[in-house]
Each structure stands twice: as structure tokens, then as C-alpha cells.
Design a protein around this ligand. Structure first.
Ligand SMILES: [Cu+2]
Length: 237
């Protein structure tokens, strides 16, 4: 290795934050969920029918082949009291495509920009009425393809509902947090929370829009921790 390369290697090692942590795990669903339903109204709609990508389906409990539950938000609920965090500059994209919100479940930090887009060549509106005081609601029309509106929320809130009044099946949920230590489980139920989370004891919560929340105490040691969660299917109401 020449001197220059050595220097680069030394600098990049030094730049790594000492507290870079990784909390990983899997969320599983216990119980048999009702089957997801095809939303027939998508293909039946004069506009949506032209852009529908296959059969649009409900996304209440999305379960992988080995029971992993998608769309569960895992976040640090306790252990960071008194600390403040700055929202990342990265934007959280929420798209309306084929008359469905994509993704169905998102997470953002308070103050982080949500870039809400209409990818369809006709109008959607985005109607959002948060429940927590300090979070401002909005109802915006996005008449043209490619239109993007940027919004953010100032307070933590679980499951802020995004709706479209033109297409009543179009629903998405956004949760906001005061710290950046959160992740949404993937289609196998796996999640990874990455960031400068110092070693120590924390309470994690796994929150699923339909199945509810479960908590677990963890200890991050040497920047690592592992936590698996089980969410139970809620009885039909
Ligand atoms: Cu719509």
C-alpha cells in the first residue's frame, strides 16, 4: 500500500463513529390472519384500471413463508430520555402508484421531510388528520403526474393515517419518532436499526397497525443487540 492509500484508509477508519450500533431481529406473527382481499374497485375504476399493476390487495397482515411479519415498526421507546436528535436530511418517499400508496407503512423522525408523490396520470388527494396535538393535518390535491408535496410532523405519533378521498381504498400509515432509531420490518419480518446508539439498556417496541404493540428490554453491548418479537393476530372486531 502506498502512502496515499494508507492515509485514506486511516482517515476513513477514524471517521467511523465509535458508537455505530446495529440492532437486529425478526418479527413473527402468531395465529392465522384472515386472507388479504383483492381490492376489485381498483381495476373497476375508469382511471385506476388503466394503471393497476396486477391485482391490488389489502395489506393488513403481510406474512412471509416462515411467519415473518412485514410492516412492523421497531423503535427505541425508552432509554434516550433527555437526549435530542436532529432529523436526517434524507427524505421519506410516499408514492401513489397504480392507485395504491407505496409503501403502506413508513417511519420518519419528527421534522424529517416526507416527499409525497403522485405517480399516476390523474388526480389523487392526500388527506391526513393526525391525532396528536402539534401535528398539523393537511388535505392536498395532486392533480398531475409527478407532483410532489413535502410535509413533516413535529410530534411523535404512531400510525398517522394517509387517505385519498377519490379512491377510498387508498390508505397508508406513517409513524414519527423523536429519535432516529427505528426500522420497518421487511417481507420476511426482519429489521435492522442502524445508527449511533450508545451501548446501554433500552426498551424497544414493535408496533403493527393491526396487531398492536409489544415491548422488550434490550442491552446494546459493543454496538450490537438482537431482539425477536411476536405479534398476535387480533380477533375480528
Ligand atoms: Cu387516489
Amino acid at each position: 500500500m502506498n502512502t496515499m492509500l494508507k492515509l485514506v484508509a486511516a482517515v476513513s477508519t477514524a471517521a467511523l463513529p465509535l458508537t455505530a450500533a446495529e440492532v437486529t431481529g425478526k418479527v413473527s406473527l402468531k395465529g392465522t390472519p384472515p386472507p388479504e382481499k383483492v381490492i376489485a374497485a381498483v381495476k373497476a375504476d375508469a382511471n385506476c384500471g388503466k394503471v393497476a399493476q396486477g391485482d391490488a390487495k389489502t395489506r393488513i397482515y403481510l406474512v412471509g413463508p416462515d411467519g415473518g411479519l412485514a410492516n412492523t415498526i421497531v423503535y427505541v421507546k425508552k432509554g434516550l430520555e433527555g437526549k435530542t436528535f436532529t432529523a436526517p436530511a434524507t427524505k421519506v418517499d410516499i408514492d401513489q402508484a397504480g392507485c395504491m400508496y407505496q409503501p403502506y407503512v413508513s417511519a420518519a423522525m419528527v421534522g424529517q421531510t416526507l416527499a409525497i408523490k403522485n405517480s399516476d396520470p390523474f388526480m389523487h388527494n392526500v388527506n391526513v388528520q393526525p391525532k396528536v396535538a402539534g401535528n398539523k393535518g393537511f388535505n392536498i390535491a395532486q392533480a398531475t403526474q409527478g407532483k410532489v408535496d413535502e410535509k413533516s410532523f413535529e410530534k411523535p405519533e404512531l400510525g398517522i393515517r394517509f387517505a385519498c378521498n377519490v379512491h377510498p381504498w387508498m390508505i397508508a400509515y406513517v409513524s414519527t419518532f423523536e429519535n432516529p432509531f427505528f426500522a420497518v420490518s421487511d417481507d420476511k419480518g426482519n429489521f435492522t436499526i442502524k445508527g449511533d446508539l450508545p451501548d446501554g439498556k433500552y426498551t424497544l417496541e414493535a408496533y403493527h397497525q393491526k396487531g398492536g404493540a409489544v415491548t422488550q428490554d434490550i442491552e446494546v453491548k459493543g454496538g450490537k443487540a438482537k431482539a425477536d418479537f411476536t405479534i398476535e393476530v387480533k380477533a375480528a372486531q
